[in-house]
Design a protein around this ligand. Sequence first.
Ligand SMILES: C[S@@+](CC[C@H](N)C(=O)[O-])C[C@H]1O[C@@H](n2cnc3c(N)ncnc32)[C@H](O)[C@@H]1O
Length: 382
Amino acid sequence: MSVFSEYKDCIEEGDLVLVWISRDNIKPIRVDSNEIFNTRYGSFPHKMMIGQRYGSQIAIRTKGANKFAFIHVLQPTPELWTLSLPHRTQIVYTPDSSYIMERLNCNPRTRAVEAGTGSGSFSHAFARSVGHLYSYEFHGPRYEEALKEFREHGLVDADKNVTITHRDVCRDGFRIRREDVTSHQFGEDEGEVAIGANVVFLDLPAPWDAIPHLEEVICSDEKVGLCCFSPCIEQVDKTIEALNKHGWSDLQMVEIQAKQFESRRQMVRTVDDAIERLRDVKRRKSEGLERRKRMCESLVSDQPEADETEEKRPVTEKTKFNPFGKGARVKEGDANYKWKEVTKVEPEIKSHTSYLTFAFKVANKSRDEEAVQKILESTESK
Ligand SMILES: C[S@@+](CC[C@H](N)C(=O)[O-])C[C@H]1O[C@@H](n2cnc3c(N)ncnc32)[C@H](O)[C@@H]1O
């Protein structure tokens, strides 16, 4: 079983652990009792992790001050792997991959074809959900890296559900012979692998060159779903042209625009608060003007510059409660003030990386131009 689909309670020597340092800093490590995991906050010997429950927080005392540094030790999931993997290419993130898999109805009966493998981000998500994944990569070093990683994660080789092939799918198509595949999944037999894909995912610069080859490997008696992941609208245009030409239907282009909705409390401000705030602004402005005037006078009269520290800044309302934010900090929810529940939405969309073009094909339905012409003629003559 893959390390991404088995469940374990406690960490053991040799486990792949994802170390959560902060929300955008998660590092994968292989637990080795002789190793130390170093962070800018402190060093964590792997020995401390062995025997701990997955999800635990591990703390160490940092040097000098009486302070602690913390990490969390997490069990790998495809979602966490996407956030921590070594990038060899642009990758597909979970908001897109989860939507695509749902839209293409991925399940344990699915036989998916994916090109290219890239950094293997989507491959890990597919591997957890589908029956079998056939992944293709034409870049030699990237293929080698992905194969090594998939092996280490228990995704390829006997009984596992990922096959990775070193191939330019735009030139040579998707057919694979058993002897082409490095893993031992297909035994020693020669001959072609019956792929019978019912899901296709293309994350390539020129998917329109790969689309004509799909006929060789897609299932001929089931509905087949396809998604092309392209960053430019011009690519979408060319892809749609190729899909139409090769008998794909139900075309739809989707763009995922995920935004975080944060639920929080906001202090209730009254008109009196606003008036008080304006008075405070006026007061501080005139105090500032006075101070500047005195400084200019001292410069003109060649006196030593008035020392700001000697002439202490006047105590202003700044240090007092300011319902408009810039004053003394009030902790959210402080019982001395009135609060209301609000929803804060992120101002920017952070998830868009590409356009998703979906298409479907049923039972090898290529467009029969002659038949279409006959139907058109017969309807026109009526
Ligand atoms: C953007 S990356 C894919 C990222 C991947 N979906 C992920 O989530 O990590 C595109 C990959 O496609 C590969 N590629 C491009 N053209 C190809 C082709 N004709 N055949 C096979 N792989 C190809 C590139 O080498 C690159 O690694």
